[in-house]
Design a protein around this ligand. Structure first.
Ligand SMILES: O=C(O)c1ccccc1NCC(=O)[C@H](O)[C@H](O)COP(=O)(O)O
Length: 260
């Protein structure tokens, strides 16, 4: 069975995604709109925030009932430099329509946060108005390089996500230029905020000179501040999405608000 090697809830998600994507492969897609550069936004001076539109997750259950366009607009007003939109329907209650709505609401680069298991999804993401798509090394393993090439062919940037040393080696070997380090183990769902700094330093020691993104588990400014200097960006979902006052939550988290 395809993706049988992927354990835990992550395995359940990607095998279900595979079954859903296969019948769509080859369907014609609308002409992609012009979109801003994801990497360009993350490379701006200081630590960039990628703020995530997230309704639900396997680790948290229900997070927030939200209007993706309204939330994205407030994230942008608060100073987020990119927006991540979860489009997986069953475990995250997301949809492609969410991405379309967010595309219509803000001019920031969008990350389609989905579980990429077929190159068709990369063309689909680009067609929906995403600037970047997610490639998870725990899923793609040695196929990461060919998916990176497929992303290039589809004209979309790729956030290549790792969680341990072995995955980091695969990502570096594959030629990732936007490297995400997830504090969340997607098999056990446990979070350890020391993972991103540890692997971030290791990536730099190994000569990696691309963009570095710290992902998952951040909820307080004190947790974000130590990332500056090593990371280019931080990706935050749950704590922002559940705040209910999204612009202010971004300002406070990034230390730019009147309450920070
Ligand atoms: O969030 C989960 O529980 C989860 C479970 C299994 C696979 C992926 C999952 N999340 C995707 C993400 O990477 C996060 O949405 C993202 O990094 C933001 O994390 P957080 O700020 O902790 O919501």
């Amino acid at each position: 069975m395809r993706w049988a090697h992927v354990p835990g809830v992550l395995g359940e998600i990607v095998r279900r995604r595979w079954e859903e994507v296969l019948p769509l492969v080859g369907s014609p897609l609308p002409e992609p709109p012009t979109v801003p550069s994801f990497g360009g936004a993350l490379a701006e001076p200081g630590l960039s925030l990628i703020a995530e539109v997230k309704r639900k997750s396997p680790s948290q259950g229900d997070i927030a009932q939200l209007d993706p366009a309204q939330v994205a607009r407030q994230y942008a007003e608060g100073g987020a430099r990119a927006i991540s939109v979860l489009t997986e329907p069953h475990y995250f209650a997301g949809s492609d329509q969410d991405l379309r709505k967010v595309r219509g609401a803000v001019n920031l680069p969008l990350l389609r946060k989905d579980f990429t298991v077929h190159p068709y999804q990369l063309a689909e993401a680009r067609s929906l108005g995403a600037s970047a798509a997610l490639l998870i090394v725990a899923v793609l393993r040695e196929e990461t390089a060919s998916f990176l090439e497929a992303a290039h062919q589809a004209g979309i940037e790729a956030l290549v996500e790792v969680h341990d040393e072995a995955e980091l080696e695969i990502a570096l070997e594959a030629g990732a230029t936007i490297l995400g380090i997830n504090n969340r183990d997607l098999t056990t769902l446990e979070i350890n905020l020391e993972t991103a700094p540890r692997l971030g330093r290791l990536a730099r020691q190994r000569g990696y000179s691309g963009l570095l993104v710290a992902e998952s588990g951040y909820g307080r400014k004190e947790e974000i501040v130590p990332l500056e200097g090593l990371f280019d960006a931080v990706l935050v979902g749950t704590s922002l999405a559940r705040s209910g006052s999204w612009r202010q939550a971004v300002e406070v988290l990034m230390g730019r608000g009147i309450f920070s």
